[in-house]
Design a protein around this ligand. Structure first.
Ligand code: ADE
Length: 225
């Protein structure tokens, strides 16, 4: 998979991709992530990429020309399965959407900033608008980091068998069951005995029951949906 990310704050996205599973996926050649600084496509030598809102109002809007120039240069090189704009008014990112995106070959992500982007960019280029939750961030970069992490960990070969994404919360619409490690007892709190029994079929049943109970208690909406 290749992921291109267009942002006016590329520094914000260096660290999230330089550690842990997303870094390992890049090192293994399973994903290539490229950051593109929108300022390189500024409309003048002052580095201008945004402007005042037509009709009045607070905040600045990203202009069409820098984004279009950057997108056109990228689109001349390859086609994309999805051109995604990170925005609070997009579809909320949930596991099924991450699963679908993980099947793509090339993704192009646009991080908004300030008041957002000129609507015509959304009309002309964007195929998917995605929000990471019902709150407003200062820009789309954190959203892009969340989306990339959620998608990359699903790529075949990224996770080892023992950390398979199939047992994640939300796969099967269930929250994950509780987990424990050594010591078997801590401050009088024991690990459930079944987990020490070595009886794998029974452990599987216990885990499923726990997942169901936890989901009923914390997220009944997942079971009803
Ligand atoms: N940009 C600003 N807020 C956002 C959100 N909640 N999700 C994705 N991108 C955003």
């Amino acid at each position: 998979m290749r992921i291109d990310i267009v942002t006016c704050q590329p520094d914000l996205l260096i660290s999230p991709f330089a550690h842990s599973i997303v870094k390992r996926a890049q090192d293994k050649g399973l994903v290539e992530i490229k950051l593109h600084d929108l300022r390189r496509y500024a409309i003048n030598k002052h580095g201008q990429i945004d402007d005042y809102v037509f009709g009045g109002g607070a905040g600045m809007v990203l202009r069409v020309e820098p984004i279009a120039a950057c997108f056109d240069a990228l689109l001349a090189e390859r086609s994309y399965d999805a051109i995604i704009y990170l925005t609070p008014d997009g579809e909320t990112l949930r596991q099924p959407l991450a699963n679908r995106l993980s099947l793509a070959g090339n993704l192009l992500l646009l991080c908004g900033h300030y008041k957002g982007v000129d609507e015509r960019i959304r009309q002309a280029y964007i195929t998917h608008e995605i929000s990471i939750g019902d709150y407003v961030l200062s820009g789309g970069e954190m959203g892009a980091a969340v989306l990339v992490d959620a998608v990359v960990r699903l790529l075949p070969g990224v996770l080892g068998n023992e950390e398979s994404a199939l047992s994640d919360s939300f796969q099967d619409n269930l929250l994950a069951p509780p987990v424990y490690t050594r010591p078997a007892e801590w401050r009088g709190l024991p690990v459930p005995e079944i987990l020490l029994s070595g009886n794998t079929p029974k452990i599987d049943v216990w885990r499923h029951d726990q997942a169901l109970e936890r989901t009923q208690l914390r997220r009944p909406d997942l079971l009803n949906g």
